[in-house]
Design a protein around this ligand. Structure first.
Ligand code: ADP
Ligand code: MG
Length: 702
């Protein structure tokens, strides 16, 4: 903080204010001094008491705050220590709030509020406040207050500090100097405030003393502080261009999700009315990406994802996530990216990113060493951390890098990301729902191959999604006609609209446009839907009825027992049912999860399992296909063949099993030769067997 000359009359004004309005607050802080050493004051309290002081605070903040802190030293409180408090203002007026991208030269030196996401933070490091310098000629110790970033040495050995008065060289004595904690963070604009694909702008913020160490990447904050410029350097040259930075005065956190969305009492009335609509679910579904044809189940799932289930804290400290993770896999050009973009704009809080990391932090988080940290390590948040309490839309998730791949397990299930590298040891929160899209490795989706072989993602990761939808683009005369009609009419509606607005001799009327726009008109506008979602997530916490519980339990148990010894569902899927059913109840603003909600969850999961979990050979749904990549029947067959190979190896003279013999033996056990060859190939690919001589196999010993 810049140190200035004391202005006695200003100090007196502040003193009067503090004594009249803040006495009890100061006494509260004094009780915990020096652990607590900041007095927080609401801007409006100052404005009400003395509007000139408030104005000075906004326009000449350094001067106002310096003198206010001087005044605080004069306040009498019952405390054995003499207090040295920071004066921190919060809740600045809207006129002082500014978007990072709108900061201009005339804002410099003013007290402003910027809000955004914490993208990076450096470690906390000591910063020199008062340097103690020893004169190399006479040995006197000269103290110099440091108020800039560049070290300020004494210009001479000051006589008023007992020095020799000569120009000398000095040595900095750190043990006698005074330091203050400091930290640098980077704030990025909130993604919701951005239009289209605009890149978020950023600003560096300096925190000092008791403000440090409290903020983690991914936090949403309002920083109240003084904007100023910092000279750029190129090597040792100082340039005339400056960077904008901010000295923080106070930091307010915006922890509560959805508080950005304002719901008025009028909105509330409308929301309550709509919630009783018998066609509510259909209308909700129709309000999701209306330009995209079909995808009924997907859209229904997306509505449920938007509302989400309930996150639960258990007495033993475990947390069960309520967020629903969804994956769309499918052929190119099936509007996956389009859906993701749409959802990221619709959701009250969201981040859109591509798996091909655009920053070092990628999808999760990273410790990086870059210019920002000025030689030190910085902790940087990736997309899933930035989307905390919202939805992370990740396109082409199959292209993510190795670091993310391993961190994603924890991020999806525990909703935390741990970073332990280079002395940085941090756990960041990623309490978000993940909506991901992936393209098949081979360009097109093959229904007959297990999922994990087609997309570049391990089965363990796939099993963490509550829902996986495969979107196929198979020629089908009827569907193609409808889809083409829909897309062409969408374009035509757009053309008419443009023509009407821009062409001088348009032959179209407003009602032509309205007629055509009907097919792409969402039932609920995105603004309304956003409010609805925010309202439901804030107020509705439904509880499972006995009937819903029974329905889900029976479905689960029946499913597992219907398929003999095969393990079809795992408890993880059971949790997916619960989350979906809760979300379904929330949509109706219901306090209860009813039988209908349970059945809706079952219906959706059923649809997804039929598409990606179906064992083609037995016609049964088999969750093993998703979890391990092979079905139970394939697994059993491979086991049998391994046994045969083992036996043949033991019996033969050279210790190998010949291909022909294996097939023959397997046929006796009732397996077709084609299936056996397929299994042999797979076993070899997996490294479970190898081929020492052409046409002969051996089991790999570990
Ligand atoms: P993907 O990401 O699946 O490869 P895109 O989202 O890039 O596909 O979609 C390609 C284009 O095709 C988009 O302009 C999209 O609007 C259009 N499209 C694909 N499927 C549909 C559909 N079902 N309804 C409307 N438009 C579609
Ligand atoms: Mg795409």
């Amino acid at each position: 903080m810049v140190r200035l000359l004391k202005d006695e009359s200003l100090v007196a004004q502040w003193q009067k204010f503090f004594e009249e309005y803040c006495k009890s607050d100061i006494e509260t802080v004094a009780l915990e001094y020096p652990e607590k050493r900041s007095l927080y004051v609401d801007y409006w309290k100052i404005d009400e008491a003395d509007s000139r002081l408030a104005e000075l605070l906004l326009n000449q903040p350094y001067k106002a705050i310096f003198n206010a802190e001087e005044a605080l030293k004069n306040i009498d409180v019952a405390s054995e220590n003499s207090l040295k408090l920071h004066f921190r203002v919060v809740n600045l007026p809207d006129t002082s709030r500014i978007l990072i991208r709108r900061i201009r030269a005339n804002h410099l030196g003013k007290l402003m509020a910027v809000d955004g996401l914490v993208k990076k933070r450096t470690e906390v490091r000591p910063k020199l406040l008062v340097g103690a310098f020893q004169c190399q000629k006479c040995g006197a110790i000269i103290r110099v207050e440091q108020d800039e970033d560049i070290l300020k040495e004494p210009s001479e050995c000051f006589e008023d500090q007992g020095g020799c008065g000569r120009v000398s060289s000095f040595k900095l004595l750190t043990s006698l100097s005074e330091f203050i904690d400091s930290q640098k963070i980077e704030i990025q604009e909130n993604p919701e405030g951005l239009r289209g694909g605009a890149q978020p702008e950023r600003i560096s913020v300096y925190l000092e003393d008791d403000l440090v160490g409290e903020i983690a990447p991914g936090d949403r904050v309002i920083v109240n502080g003084i904007l100023h410029s910092m000279q750029r350097r190129r090597g040792t040259y100082r340039l005339t261009a400056f960077d904008k930075t901010m000295d923080a005065i106070s930091v307010e956190s915006q922890e509560l999700a959805f508080e950005e969305v304002e719901v008025t009492s009028e909105d509330e009335k409308e929301i309550l009315r709509v919630s009783k609509d018998p066609d509510l679910y259909k209308k909700m579904k129709e309000s999701i990406a209306p330009t995209i044809y079909g995808m009924d189940v997907e859209k229904e799932a997306l509505v449920l994802q938007l509302f989400g289930g309930l996150a639960k804290e258990m007495p033993d400290g475990t947390r069960i996530r309520g967020d629903i993770h969804t994956l769309l896999v499918g052929d190119p050009g099936t509007a996956k990216s389009q859906i993701l973009t749409y959802m990221s704009k619709l959701a009250p809080r969201s981040v859109y990113a591509s798996g091909k990391a655009s920053s070092a932090a990628g999808l999760t988080a990273a410790a990086v060493r870059d210019e920002f940290g000025e030689g030190q390590w910085t902790l940087e948040a990736g997309a899933l951390v930035l989307a905390d309490m919202g939805i992370a839309c990740i396109d082409e998730i199959d292209k993510m890098d190795e670091n993310d791949r391993s961190a994603l397990h924890q991020a999806m299930e525990q909703q935390e990301i741990s970073v332990a590298k280079a002395g940085i040891n941090a756990t960041l929160k990623s309490r978000c729902a993940l909506l991901a899209a992936a393209n098949p490795k081979l360009g097109r989706f093959d229904e007959f191959l297990p999922l994990h072989e087609q997309i570049n993602m391990p089965p363990a990761l796939l099993s963490r999604f509550d829902l996986i939808f495969s979107i196929l683009d198979k020629p089908d005369r009827e569907r193609d006609t409808d889809l083409a009609t829909h897309i062409l009419l969408t374009h035509k509606a757009g053309e008419v609209s443009e023509n009407l607005d821009r062409s001088k001799k348009s032959k179209y009327k407003m009602k032509d446009k309205e007629e055509l726009m009907k097919i792409v008109q969402p039932t609920f506008t995105p603004e309304f839907l956003r409010k609805y979602v925010a309202y439901a997530k804030r107020n509705i916490f439904p509880v499972m009825t006995d009937e819903a519980l029974r329905i889900i339990r029976e479905y689960y148990v029946n499913f597992r027992s219907s398929s003999e010894e095969a393990i079809t569902f795992t408890p993880r899927q059971l949790e997916a049912f619960v989350r979906l059913a809760e979300a379904s109840a929330r949509i109706r603003l219901s306090e209860e999860v009813t039988a209908d909600d349970a059945n809706r969850a079952i219906h959706i999961i059923d649809q997804y399992l039929k598409r990606v979990g179906l064992d083609r050979e037995t016609g049964r749904i088999d969750i093993d296909i998703i979890a391990t990549g092979i079905s139970r029947s394939q697994h059993d067959r491979m086991r049998l063949i391994m046994d045969i190979i083992q036996r043949l190896c033991n019996e033969s003279k050279d210790g190998n099993a010949a291909r022909g013999d294996i097939i023959q033996e397997a046929e006796i056990e009732g397996l077709e030769s084609g299936k056996v060859e397929e299994a042999l190939d797979r076993l070899k690919r997996n490294g479970q067997i190898y081929e020492p001589v052409h046409g002969k196999y051996k089991i790999t010993e570990y």
